[in-house]
Design a protein around this ligand. Sequence first.
Ligand code: ZN
Ligand code: ZN
Length: 398
Amino acid sequence: MADEPNGSVRARVVELRRAIHRRPELGFEEEATAKIVEGELERLDIPHRRVARTGVVGLLRGGKAGRVAALRADMDALPLQERTGLPFASEVSGVMHACGHDAHTAMLLGAAHVLAAERATLPGSVVFLFQPAEEGPGGAQPMLEEGVLDDPAVDAIAMLHVDVRFDAGAVSITPGPVNASADELYVTVRGKGGHGASPHTALDAIPAASAIVLALQNIASRETDPLASVVVTIGTINGGYRMNVIADEVRMTGTLRAHDPNVRAQLEARVRRIVGGVAAAYGAQADVEIVYGYPPVVNDAELATAFARIVAGQGIRVESLPPTMGAEDFAYFAQRVPGVLVRLGVRNERQGAVHPGHSADFRLDEAALPIGVRTLVAFARAVCDGRLARRAARSEHP
Ligand SMILES: [Zn+2]
Ligand SMILES: [Zn+2]
């Protein structure tokens, strides 16, 4: 196939992926990974700079006038002890690339190889964004604050995320929401302590907290359009001292998620009304704190639809997987310019590549890597020569 990355690029991507996999680094500690990225960009004669502490931005200027495409990969690992037993397994105790960001970084470098080789005839420019700390606290926002989409002004952006829900050999590109917002919920319920034998002399925070947990289920089951997606999860509940003491305080934490920004915007008021109202019904008091996290990732509808057609035209199988309620800080980039998050199938039953991301057994089928490279390259070319960017520009200036 004409657009297949050549053998040396394929081999280099696998080599880079394994090197990064061996030396996983947590968010904002990606020093060694950033050095690998910088070394590779250096070799390709792509000018680059550091941003957001351990992030790297490369800029490839084509030989002809055109549009500006951005491609983004995340570089950070997770605090997990790897259990795969692979020959290139993590050599860092308690840290593992269990979300595939090693593959994302390697594939973006592979795309840089292919695009650098055709720079003389490339119209426009390609911005390569190597982002730290996707798993938290988030590297996308600090990169945006340092102007990574501004000079040159990016017309459209894409990213890949590996996905074990479907076999290596295909990608999934869908318009609209693909990931959810993720906001943190903190609830403290206060009553009055006392002897477990005399509940009438105290104010038990535990029944009040229990009723709050149950009442919060109403948001998803009764208050939200059944065709919309929302999650209200209480993940921890802590309170009390011993079996015969009435608890004066219960603390709970949880996560609030939605695809639709309007559904998300209503969650805080709903949570506050239910928590406050139920606590009052029990004579207790309650505090609610919501810490806003990543917004939902919403793929630009026109861009995603047009790009899916282009990728299919290259002979790559394009599926359309349902969205997930996971979160991704690519959302911030996609809020600024038309963006598309592409899922890359990496499942392979025979290789045991079946465990979900964030599992200590997570592994991926490396046969997917050249398909990822081709997808990134196809996006950059189509934005640069105006096949995709024109659509974006038209929607901005109707
Ligand atoms: Zn992850
Ligand atoms: Zn991830």
